[in-house]
Write a protein that binds this ligand. Structure first.
Ligand SMILES: [Zn+2]
Length: 413
């Protein structure tokens, strides 16, 4: 590498850093004048003017058509006094798009760069098992509708994330195995773009990774946690030193496929006795006698009914949950200690107070006291509800964009 190349790389790094510092200041503090930006970022006024020009050109920042302290709109053709003009995040031209596929539905959420939801499109796919084509057809319809809606809003999609309720990995990234839908490996992005050629470039993420990132963001100071959730299957994420562990094959958090019942039932992943085969939602609902509700009203409704029955102390539902909880707690204890975690976060329908409380009590406060003081491990319920992964994906898209705004040469549309 020549000195010149190195200098260019270093300066482009600094430039990226400064661009994202300006975006962060505007996201956190709202509209700011150039002088105020300089004050909050420590950049010189001249640097702010230059960099802000770039951000305006990229369409990420705009000057509102109104001056500070001047309630009346600025007449057309009148040049605004620069020092009195405030800059703000472009609120009306760009959008983030998240597409989510779970065991019941395909959902698209369009949001502003600040993460405010503009509109959503959702459709049940009817869960035809082992038939990726029919489900991807529905997902493609939802994507088309969402892209049309974005256009009608006068916005361009600058980031598309596709969330699968399954482990993903490989290059290109594919769905590795979706036990909820009886899928093996499926190139979801490839299949989608074949159906919707105008689809923007997208990234595929697993729901648990996106949701765990959202949970981590809610817990500043917590660097080591085990996240385990169940909506359709069972998914997990492991966070060590503030970083989500991916592992060599992207499977580090796939705790639904930890073998707990040796020689047990065959799992879609090829192993026998995975956690999902003894405590997965389909197993739990079957044992609780709720197969009819799953078939007629979908998994989400059936799980809500199961939770209601546990809350009402229905003996069968409580016995089923007690059995499932034992397998779940066994898994949680192993990984909580392996990570020396500070917190276990329960998501999906396990976040219901009655269900989470049982797990909390079973984990109790019996914990190794090696090395002196008693370590503290809390068991917490997710508060993000069914949208946890979508919230996490939107935040990650925003962070990506802010971290490298210059990479946004032109909005994809
Ligand atoms: Zn498995």
């Amino acid at each position: 590498m020549t000195d010149d190349t190195r200098a260019t790389l270093v300066s482009s790094d600094v430039r990226r850093h400064n661009l994202s510092a300006i975006l962060d200041a505007l996201a956190v503090r709202g509209p700011l004048s150039r002088s105020e930006i300089a004050e909050h970022t420590g950049l010189t006024r001249g640097a702010v003017t230059l960099l802000a020009g770039t951000l305006v050109d990229l369409g990420l920042v705009q000057e509102p058509a109104q001056s500070v302290g001047d309630a009346a709109p600025v007449p057309t053709g009148v040049r605004r006094g620069r020092p009195r003009t405030r800059l703000q995040l472009a609120g009306d031209r760009l959008a983030l798009l998240v597409l989510q596929l779970d065991a019941d539905s395909a959902t698209a959420v369009i949001s502003t760069l600040a993460g405010d939801e503009l509109t959503r499109v959702a459709r049940h796919h009817g869960r035809p098992m082992g038939d990726p084509d029919r489900i991807i057809d529905v997902l493609a319809d939802v994507l088309r509708e969402a892209m049309d809606a974005t256009t009608r809003l006068g916005r361009a999609v600058v980031d598309l994330t596709v969330i699968a309720f399954a482990p993903v990995g490989g290059d290109p990234t594919i769905v590795l195995a979706d036990t909820d839908l009886e899928w093996g490996e499926v190139d979801l992005l490839g299949e989608l773009s074949a159906r919707v050629p105008s689809m923007p470039q997208a990234r595929l993420v697993s729901d648990t990774v996106a949701a765990a990132a959202a949970e981590l963001a809610l817990r500043p100071g917590v660097g080591d946690l085990v996240y385990l959730k169940s909506n359709s299957g069972i998914g997990g994420a492991l966070v060590a030193g503030g970083q989500l562990l991916a592992g060599a094959h992207g499977l580090a958090g796939a705790l639904g496929h930890v073998v707990v019942d040796f020689g047990g039932a065959l799992c879609e992943c090829g192993q026998h006795g995975c956690l999902v085969t003894v405590a997965g939602p389909d197993v739990v609902l079957h044992r609780a006698g709720l197969d009819d509700v799953v078939r007629d009203s979908g998994l989400a409704t059936a799980l809500a009914e199961f939770v209601a029955r546990v809350e009402a102390s229905d003996p069968l539902a409580c016995a089923v949950w007690a059995d499932a909880a034992e397998w779940i707690v066994r898994t949680l204890r192993i990984f909580a200690l392996a990570l020396d975690a500070e917190a276990i976060v329960l998501g999906g329908y396990w976040a219901a107070p009655a269900l989470a409380e049982r797990i909390r009590l079973m984990i109790g406060d019996e914990w190794p006291t090696l090395g002196g003081g008693k370590p503290r491990l809390t068991v917490e319920r997710s508060t993000l509800g069914d949208d946890a992964a979508i919230i996490g994906a939107i935040a990650a898209a925003r962070d990506r964009l802010f971290a490298d705004p210059a990479a946004l040469a032109a909005p994809v549309d």
